[in-house]
Design a binder for this molecule. Sequence first.
Ligand code: SF4
Length: 352
Amino acid sequence: MVFKNSRQLFVRDLPIGGGAPVVVQTMTNKPASETSATIEQIHALCEAGCEMVRVAVPDMEAASRLGKIIEKSPVPVVADIHFDWKLAMESLHQGADKLRLNPGNLQKKEHLADIVALAKSRKVPIRIGVNSGSLDKKLLKKYGSPTADALFESASNEIRAFEELGFEDIVVSVKTFSVPRLIETNKMLASGFDYPLHIGVTESGTLFSGSIRSSVGIGSLLNMGIGDTIRVSLTADPLNEVKAAWEILKSLELRKRGAVVVSCPGCGRTGIDIYSLAEKVNDALSTCSRQITVAVMGCVVNGPGEAREADLGCAGGRSEGVIFRKGIIVKKVREEDLFKALMDEVEDFLSK
Ligand code: SF4
């Protein structure tokens, strides 16, 4: 996999682009004005693997609380601003690590100049976030719909507005629900500019369909070497966004984190309730921070062999099962003891 050579910038002390590991981010679902709840949520998201978090700043009350949130956040905080330049200025004064702001949404050019001057003096990058649902009306009229060309032109206009002010600490994102259009637009951006790209499918849907749509869109681009930071947008608890993002990165072998659970689909040979067991193992290992691959397989005949690349695993037989390490059976246990025996084996493996 050859990564496109984007330039590198820093959000607080987190590198984005320029060959740095692809960064996982999400957004809280509470306004910054609900300070304690936002801080609590950020900590839970970080525990799940969130490396940068975006917070909505819809009004001055929210902006004024940002400092407290930033102070307590273990990861950089991005202030999400729409339309009101004063909210951007206040967010910067409060210590925002990054802004998400589209110059085209501001009414006066001098307001952008003020924001840029302050961001520059504080070394704060700004993300441009073009979205197919809120495309500029003139571009919609010109192209008839939010085509890849329209989205690219919109992003180019926003980029130019910053460049004209001598500001190049920019991350660019163009999001759309259409995966083919997402891929096309980001390919255009990657060949037209060297700014780091934030990748995501917008309004991708609920947990199941949205995770799949996002994985196809984000995964396709990452597999081409395009993308420096990602967000999986789901109509679900943002914790799931972080988990899904990590699954994408782990699937592409771009990053490693925590346990990987592999499990077979089950078939006519399955001797145990593999669906429940695999879920239980997944849940039990979801907070494991050590790298380990654990297999849950449905039959003793093929399971250990098929999962020999896993560090260890279990396979079910008729009312009993086996525990194996690297495909070699090390223990036989009753079906009802399989989960506990597997967890004991994991603990033993991790203790060495
Ligand atoms: Fe079927 Fe066994 Fe393969 Fe699972 S491991 S799919 S139960 S043959």
